[in-house]
Design a protein around this ligand. Structure first.
Ligand code: TXA
Ligand code: MG
Length: 328
């Protein structure tokens, strides 16, 4: 399918899977309520979890929001197009179905060339959650999006692997204080240094600021355990632990191959201890591979480093593993 054909599908009310720089999205025309309802149905997504809008050009923002606060202007100038979603007070032009009746709307301008061309041809905001079934790992490859959403009556615009591999950072600029709702490749620290003031971290803790925080997320079907520690401690744990050979295991490892081999499939997130960007870009593909191989147990290593992406990865892995992060 060409980008032009894909744009026509969206304009006629169809759902479309398309690549972005973060993860693949499942898009629908924001103004088409029937199509928006179908997004919730296809994903099995609770209706109270709002969608984010994707735009091709910054000028499209004006009619979607009540105001663009000065902090948001700085962030837009600095990070758009790119993996930053900003939450604004919504205008009456945005349907309550998209925002789950919240008074705010989350918007981003993707930098991915295919996503940009598509959005420019549509020339209207496109609502798009990640292209996965609700609760499952996001899709960072065309193949993973297709595996989860095939036979769901949606169209596919293929692309390469999503280069970043983790969903956008979400920051709320609609209130008096800026709040981080979801960490991403753009970190809290980076946002603070650009904006010159502190941002409240609402992505963890008990108070729920974003409906998405309530939900189980990113989880493979197998039981995932994350080993968090230095390389030496992880090696020691793995060499001392007994893995039941009758079960199907998957291992997500940093660096070298494991010494022992089990009958189940073994996968790798081959990434250096220091560079968590590669880790982030391969995480969801690994979790999707585990599902494809029907792994019953998954052991994933997470290196203890000072890399700025560590809090983002911990945020996703806490949800994916349902809290089973083992600090060694
Ligand atoms: O990178 C991304 O953001 C990807 C690509 C496709 O753009 N999209 C994505 O969408 O991750 P989704 O629906 O999987 O995650 C959006 C998150 C959800 O946790 C949702 O609850 C939150 O943003 N959200 C959306 N609108 C909101 C609002 N008005 N207030 C607070 N949270 C909101
Ligand atoms: Mg999602």
């Amino acid at each position: 399918m060409t980008v032009h054909e894909a744009a026509q599908k969206l304009l006629r009310g169809a759902l479309l899977v398309f690549p972005t720089e973060t993860v693949y999205g499942l898009g629908a025309l924001a103004s088409n309520e029937k199509a928006i309802r179908k997004i919730f149905r296809v994903k099995g997504r609770p209706i109270h979890n709002p969608l984010i809008l994707h735009i091709a050009e910054k000028r499209q923002l004006n009619e979607l929001v009540q105001e663009i606060p000065s902090s948001a202007k700085i962030l837009i100038d600095h990070f758009w197009p790119g993996p930053l979603t900003i939450c604004f007070k919504k205008s009456k032009n945005v349907s309550d179905l998209v925002t789950a009746e919240l008074p705010t709307v989350c918007i981003r301008q993707p930098s991915h060339p295919i996503a940009h061309r598509l959005l420019a041809m549509v020339n209207e905001p496109v609502a798009a959650p990640s292209a996965n079934l609700s609760g499952k790992p996001s899709a960072t490859t065309f193949r993973d999006a297709k595996r989860q959403l095939l036979k769901k009556g949606v169209y596919f615009l293929p692309g390469r692997k999503s280069p970043l591999g983790i969903e956008s950072t979400v920051v709320d600029c609609s209130g008096r204080n800026l709040r981080l709702l979801r960490p991403g490749v753009i970190t809290k620290h980076t946002l603070e240094s650009v904006i010159g003031k502190k941002i409240e971290d609402s992505s963890k803790g008990k108070k729920v600021r974003s409906p998405g925080q309530l939900l189980r997320h990113y989880s493979p079907s197998g039981k995932l355990m994350v080993l968090f520690g230095t390389r030496e401690k992880r090696r020691k744990y793995l060499s001392q632990h007994h893995f039941d050979k009758k079960e199907r295991w998957a291992f997500g490892l940093i660096g070298k191959k494991m010494k022992f081999v089990l009958p189940g499939t073994i996968f790798f997130i081959a990434s250096s201890e220091q560079n968590l960007n590669t880790y982030a870009s391969r995480l969801y593909r690994f979790l999707n591979n585990c599902d494809r191989a029907k792994a019953k147990h998954i052991v994933l290593e997470l290196p203890k480093t000072k890399h700025p992406l560590l809090p983002t990865l911990v945020n996703r892995l806490e949800k994916a593993s349902r809290g089973r992060i083992r600090a060694l």
